[in-house]
Design a protein around this ligand. Structure first.
Ligand code: ATP
Length: 276
């Protein structure tokens, strides 16, 4: 594996995957098909990690393991040094609440307004406090939907629904946010705007983000670090730190002096992994 990341002290590691693996099949170990195997990854507090890889390499599976919606077949997941998930452990609803998940679909509830959709996760855990309400108002403002709080999802554009979905995920303030190709279906202009807005939100909220994308420009524009998964079973085959200064403008990221070097290295790695 090509790795340009120095070994880091574990002190600032928020999330650690240790020899993580998942397989499907019969109970006979020999017949199981491993989707991910022996995956080691440490993610620092506040880090933005983008995940790339060929189709079927296990990117969504990786997010589902971190979200604990899938049970690993091997290895462990540690959060702030404490093991919260593993092959021999039942899933832990308490640690799941540390994780926000923005999926490819926005998953907004069609019968609720924007305001009620964003409030929804908070209402699940009790009566929202005045500070919760303030936070939701601020998030809706930050994603540019203040004029749309009384509208229903079907009255919004695709980009606006993504914004509402992002605000809803951030509403309960999870330290980790997983994003699975959230902007994949949007037109280029909307996508660039959402990327910028996401970077602003990330800077103000200081979340730790694990973001899956098929778009090399997007991966470079957003990430502190890019990892590429490949193979069957999937493993990390490239890990690359993106040394481009922040704040970044996703639309002009190609002008950064080191952009071409990153782009070529990632493209080459994806090509040899069978990515079109
Ligand atoms: N329940 C399951 N049983 C068996 N195999 C599964 C199951 N779920 C996923 N897989 C397999 O796991 C592999 C990884 O799937 P995953 O969706 O994580 O890939 P991905 O990298 O996100 O792909 P894409 O880029 O196409 O979204 C695929 O080969 C898929 O067929």
């Amino acid at each position: 594996m090509k790795r340009d990341i120095p070994e880091r002290a574990l002190a600032d590691v928020l999330l650690q995957l240790r020899r993580l693996g998942i397989s499907y099949g019969t109970n006979d170990a020999d017949e199981r098909r491993w989707i991910l195997r022996d995956l080691d990854l440490s993610i620092r507090e506040g880090e933005f990690v983008t995940v790339m890889g060929s189709s079927g390499a296990g990117k969504s599976t990786l997010l589902n393991l971190v979200a604990q919606t899938l049970q690993p077949s091997a290895g462990q997941i540690a959060f702030r040094g404490e093991v919260v998930g593993g092959a021999d452990m039942p899933s832990n609803p308490g640690s799941r609440r540390q994780i926000g998940y923005v999926t490819q679909d926005d998953n907004l509830l069609p019968w609720r307004t924007v305001w009620d959709n964003v409030m929804f996760p908070l209402t699940l855990v009790g009566k929202p406090s005045p500070s919760d309400v303030d936070r939701v108002r601020r998030l809706i403002d930050q994603v540019g939907l203040s004029q749309w709080t009384k509208h229903y999802p079907h009255q919004l554009s695709g980009g606006m629904r993504k914004r509402a979905s992002l605000a809803r995920t951030l509403a309960y303030n999870p330290p980790v946010v997983l994003m699975d190709e959230p902007f994949g279906a949007l037109d280029a202009e909307t996508r660039a705007q959402l990327q910028s807005d996401l970077l602003e939100l990330w800077a103000s909220e200081r979340k730790t983000i694990l973001f899956v994308t098929h778009d090399i420009n997007e991966a470079i524009a957003l990430g502190d670090r890019i990892i590429v998964l490949s193979g069957s079973p999937g493993r990390v085959v490239l890990e690359r730190r993106i040394d481009i200064d922040r704040p970044r403008d996703p639309e002009l990221i190609f002008k950064a002096p080191t952009f071409a070097g990153h782009y070529d290295a990632i493209r080459e790695c994806l090509r040899s992994a069978g990515h079109p």
